[in-house]
Design a binder for this molecule. Structure first.
Ligand SMILES: *[C@@H]1O[C@H](CO)[C@@H](O)[C@H](O)[C@H]1NC(C)=O
Ligand SMILES: *[C@@H]1O[C@H](CO)[C@@H](O)[C@H](O)[C@H]1NC(C)=O
Length: 194
């Protein structure tokens, strides 16, 4: 307990250079989840591998995501995928996946002196499955992905890229001491992160 308080006190007095983003209060966990998902340009996605020699085992891989423009996210993580990609091949067999994003991907944790594994360096895990979106939603996904990942515009056409999203079944929030907090998709989508 003493060590925990020392950590809180010492980090409160640490010099913080440059602009430090304002994050939601840690107890507002649904807002925090929406905030971190919107801030992060990429996520680690774990699938259940279909590839030998790790068939049936978790397989984690980096993917570009966007849930909307910075500061105006929808909470829905969109991705631009191709069936040529190794993890996407896993999803064709089993669409269940887990996405994780962390403020360690921003300047926030380094500037605050928070280790990526510290709960003060907020990190979020999404459980659910990945689904291709229809043309209407695809137009929106294209806009929010290509704005934040302009290089996508030039990705090779013959790879048959498509737009997909994660359909979230549960949100897990690690943003403070005391263990993981669970947020339902309903509360996650209701939250106003900004
Ligand atoms: C925020 O996104 C919504 C769609 O999700 C859009 O209707 C609205 O115009 C956007 N606002 C800004 C300020 O970009
Ligand atoms: C496309 O998907 C969205 C989101 O799931 C849904 O609300 C909409 O009705 C669908 N549109 C069509 C034309 O199927």
């Amino acid at each position: 307990m003493t060590a925990v308080w020392l950590l809180v006190i010492s980090s409160a007095f640490m010099a913080v250079p440059g602009n430090l983003m304002k994050i939601p209060p840690h107890e507002e966990v649904a807002r925090m989840a929406r905030f971190v998902v919107n801030q992060c340009d990429w996520a680690s996605m774990a699938t259940i591998s279909i590839h030998e020699p790790v068939k049936g085992q978790p397989f984690s891989n980096a993917f570009s995501i966007s849930d909307g423009l910075l500061g105006n996210g929808t909470g829905v993580p969109y991705m631009y995928l191709t069936h040529m990609e190794i993890s996407v091949q896993d999803l064709q067999v089993n669409p269940q996946a887990s996405l994780s994003v962390s403020l360690a991907q921003t300047h926030y944790c380094k500037r605050k002196g928070y280790d990526p594994q510290s709960p003060l360096c907020a990190h979020i895990i999404l459980s659910g499955f990945v689904q291709e979106v229809n043309a209407t939603e695809g137009d929106f996904a294209k806009k929010v992905l290509f704005t934040r990942h302009p290089e996508m515009i030039d990705w090779p056409v013959d790879h048959n890229w498509f737009f997909a999203k994660m359909v979230i079944s549960q949100v897990w929030v690690l943003d403070y001491f005391g263990g993981v907090k669970i947020v339902s998709p309903e509360d996650y989508y209701k939250a106003t992160p900004f």
